[in-house]
Ligand binder design. Structure first.
Ligand code: HEM
Ligand code: HEM
Ligand SMILES: [Fe+2]
Length: 474
């Protein structure tokens, strides 16, 4: 379709994007509260506990990323398949069901902060599995919604044009959805519980989500730089092939200390370093081709989307590749495990690999919705990307410094004792790192405000015929 005429699937994508951006704001707000509580433990104590703020912070992160990921699929699906999404009515219904469920789950978190851990707790309040804490009733709802989503994708591709990007996504989405089931059953043996829980968390962010961003990143490159589909799809298949070696066996870096056999030490150490390589390869290759053609008038079609994709490529490499590798060898992990090291890595990796590219995907949609041939970066847009990126980068450095203190004091000097834990927490350098996290966190939040301003301004630009979408998206 041309100009600003959107497929029904793309209108649904805009709804998913809108909720994603709102949840992103909630994520940052609860992160801010948790960061203040690190410095002033009495702050909101008994009203909004640290455990709840932290839980909402990271669960909101995962949920909004999934929203934006589903949104991006609904966006590119009709464009790639060259036809309307099949069963879009069910897709719309699923969106409202999911959003209502998310709202109820969060309200329950906020109103029932402490209590006994019983069978009914798992069903109605929380399952207590970090990052995927939704209670079981919501889990079942999520499975139903995802089945509708998969039906939309498969039925559309089967009856439309099939591209390499769609083929990779079809396989990847099945794996991504299927893995969620590994985090749903309950066992009272914590080692077994952790063993399977990592299947979701690790095999999401280091296998299925990485393949997903390679597919969507390829699509964004084709749209922003008119990249060659053949080059994009070649790297996509390389990525898929490499994931079997690196991502899946890299799971071993979570099996060092939870009671699993020692052979995981070697497996985990060897295989986790290779993960971000294919994405950098794709990016460099496309950039090189574009550089050769630039003089011939091939200008960037959407500067914000491209800028965010650039942040993603290097952020992914730094956050996942470099910061991940820092603590992935068991000899080192023995000292860094349980410090702020994983938190430093977690912030930069999640931001670099997933937050950045999905913001880019949203900009791509806003351009088409507004019917713009080219989208240039606005002043607010530049401030937003700079504040958010520099903020997260510096926050990562601050957390790394705190982590370093913990590693030296708690682990090195005190030998991982209870006393050592408190000595490290009281150390001035640890505390200073926490202060910097708060300051850099405020930078990120200021950047988010500007980002929302820029996006809402763009969403409102829609021509009159699209007015009804604009109210849904803004
Ligand atoms: C985009 C990809 C990635 C994301 C989003 C990510 C995110 C995270 C997060 C949030 C944690 C903390 C989990 C917890 O709460 O316990 C973690 C742990 C870890 N990550 Fe990653 N990661 C990624 C890629 C990598 C890579 C490529 C490596 C290795 C080269 C790696 C190595 C590790 C290790 C060793 C731990 C465990 C730390 C410990 O428990 O002591 N990660 N990751
Ligand atoms: C895009 C931005 C952000 C992302 C992707 C992100 C991601 C994460 C992740 C993955 C964790 C869990 C880390 C772990 O347990 O290993 C976490 C924890 C946390 N985050 Fe964020 N976060 C972001 C922004 C912020 C901001 C702006 C603040 C504060 C102002 C913040 C404060 C915190 C705090 C206090 C924790 C708990 C750390 C702990 O338990 O030691 N985050 N965040
Ligand atoms: Fe991992």
């Amino acid at each position: 379709m041309h100009g600003n005429r959107l497929y029904e699937g793309q209108k649904l994508a805009l709804k998913y994007y809108f909720v994603a951006m709102v949840l992103f704001g909630a994520q940052l707000l609860f992160g801010l509260l948790a960061a203040i509580q690190f410095l002033y433990p009495d702050f909101l104590f008994g009203i909004l506990d640290f455990s709840i703020n932290r839980m909402v912070h990271i669960n909101a992160l995962v949920v909004w990323l999934l929203y934006a990921m589903i949104g991006a699929v609904y966006w590119l699906l009709p464009d790639e398949a060259q036809r309307e999404v099949v069963g879009i009515k069910f897709g719309n219904l699923a969106f409202y069901v999911l959003t209502a469920a998310v709202a109820v789950v969060v309200l329950v978190y906020l109103f029932i902060q402490v209590g006994p851990g019983k069978e009914s707790t798992i069903w109605f309040i929380t399952e207590g599995r970090e990052y995927i804490e939704a209670p079981r009733w919501a889990d079942i709802g999520i499975v139903a919604v995802v089945l509708i989503f998969l039906y939309n994708v498969y039925a559309t591709v089967m009856s439309g044009q099939r591209t390499g990007i769609l083929a990779v996504l079809m396989a990847d989405l099945i794996a991504l959805a299927g893995l969620y089931l590994a985090g749903m059953f309950y066992t009272d043996n914590i080692a077994i519980d952790q063993y399977w829980w990592w299947w979701v968390v690790h095999l999401w962010v280091e296998a299925t989500w990485e393949v997903y961003v390679a597919a969507v990143g390829g699509y964004i490159l084709m749209k922003t730089l008119n990249a060659n589909r053949k080059v994009v799809e070649m790297w996509l298949w390389i990525e898929v092939a490499m994931m079997f070696g690196s991502g899946i066996l890299g799971l071993g870096h979570h099996y060092f200390w939870i009671g699993t056999p020692e052979y995981w030490w070697e497996i985990g150490a060897l295989f986790s370093a290779l993960e971000p390589v294919p994405l950098v390869g794709l990016f460099v290759h496309v950039l090189y081709d574009w550089g050769k053609e630039r003089g011939k008038g091939n200008q960037i079609n959407n500067t914000p989307a491209f800028a965010w994709l650039t942040v993603e490529t290097f952020g992914n490499f730094l956050g996942a590749g470099v910061w991940g590798f820092m603590h992935t060898l068991p000899q080192i992990n023995l000292y860094t495990h349980g410090t702020q090291w994983p938190a430093a890595h977690g912030h930069l990796a999640f931001f670099g690999a997933y937050v950045a590219i999905l913001i880019g995907a949203i900009y791509l949609a806003l351009q088409k919705k507004a019917g713009l041939e080219k989208l240039k970066m606005s002043k607010a847009g530049w401030w937003a990307i700079s504040l958010i990126t520099v903020g997260v980068l510096f926050m990562t450095v601050a957390l790394t410094l705190s982590a370093y203190t913990q590693t030296m004091v708690e682990r090195g000097m005190y030998g991982a004792t209870w006393e050592g834990y408190f000595a490290a927490q009281a150390n001035e350098w640890f505390w200073q790192g926490m202060c910097w996290r708060l300051i850099t966190g405020l930078m990120v939040i200021a950047g988010y405000a500007l980002l929302m301003y820029d996006m809402i301004r763009l969403a409102k630009k829609a021509p009159a015929s699209e007015a009804e979408v604009s109210t849904a998206a803004a």
